[in-house]
Design a protein around this ligand. Structure first.
Ligand SMILES: Nc1ncnc2c1ncn2[C@@H]1O[C@H](COP(=O)(O)OP(=O)(O)O)[C@@H](O)[C@H]1O
Ligand SMILES: [Mg+2]
Length: 266
């Protein structure tokens, strides 16, 4: 079998985090393949994207015409000062927010052409999102939280939880699977959130300031994990950050200011 590029480093990192056999997860190619895609095609292509919030009087123009292409097999950093539009842009790319104008093509699919239901399905199958403040459900254990995307897509609870335990082992949390979010540190909660984002083996992983609430060591662990996903062929990762400790993990850096790409664009 031909090993995907970066496999050895992936195994090494997984082994460092946890020597569980579930580490094999990171070495598997995407099950979704590259169907319908030309090799080298951008994973994400935004053209003329604008976003306006509020009505007359309180209007905010958060994005003022963004053109951006993101390649797969890379970790793209999106940086810029607070309020410049980073979260708005990645929320649009992830299909969580509609642009006011412009086109957004993700993995060959124009998001504006999808119905609400198709968009939900497209997101569930293809996109993982890691939020700044983890967004775990407090009443669910770590394993239950990580299993949620599978249960939404129709897996039985037992199978989903078993798979979630594997994913938690991959992120170094095999002994924390039955703990609740309130019993976990920030770094552990963020790793549960990453397990949840990866459990559907998404081809696009989007992370919004994933290290901003973490100490240096937890931030490093979380970024190493995210980085391992980026080296997979056919997958793309976008990490929004204004944490300079994260910069070394990027293959490319795109800078935003005041609703526009100011450097590192296409
Ligand atoms: N839901 C919203 N309603 C109104 N204004 C918003 C909303 N979300 C973001 N904004 C505004 O849009 C601008 C860009 O915000 P955001 O995309 O969150 O920036 P960043 O993530 O770079 O800090 C800011 O001025 C912010 O106040
Ligand atoms: Mg933000």
């Amino acid at each position: 079998m031909i090993q995907p590029k970066g496999t050895h480093r992936m195994i090494a990192t997984a082994a460092r985090l946890n020597s569980s056999p579930a580490a094999h997860f990171l070495t598997r190619p995407s099950p979704h393949g590259e169907e319908g895609r030309v090799r080298g095609q951008a994973a994400v292509s935004c053209k003329g994207v604008t976003k306006e919030f509020g009505a007359n009087g309180t209007r905010t123009l958060a994005l003022r015409g963004v053109d951006l292409e993101v390649s797969d097999g890379q970790l793209t950093l999106l940086v810029g000062p607070s309020g410049c539009g980073k979260t708005s842009l990645i929320s649009i790319v992830a299909g969580l927010l509609n642009p006011t104008q412009g086109s957004v093509v993700v993995l060959g699919t124009d998001l504006s052409k999808l119905s609400g239901r198709q968009l939900v399905e497209f997101r569930a199958k293809n996109i993982g999102f890691v939020f700044q403040q983890y967004n775990l459900l407090p009443a669910l254990s770590a394993a239950e939280n990580a299993a949620v995307p599978l249960i939404i897509t129709g897996w039985s609870r037992a199978r989903a939880i078993a798979r979630a335990r594997e994913m938690l082992a991959t992120v170094g949390l095999s002994h924390w699977a039955d703990k609740f979010p309130s019993q976990l540190s920030g770094g552990e909660q963020q790793r549960v959130a990453i397990a949840r984002a990866l459990i559907n083996e998404p081809r696009l992983l989007v992370c919004d300031e994933p290290t901003s609430a973490l100490d240096a060591k937890s931030g490093q662990t979380v970024m190493e994990l995210i980085k391992e996903v980026a080296v997979q062929p056919g997958r793309a990762v976008i990490v929004v950050t204004h944490d300079s400790r994260v910069y070394g993990f990027g293959d490319r850096m795109v800078e935003m200011s005041d609703g526009r790409i100011s450097a590192g664009g296409n």
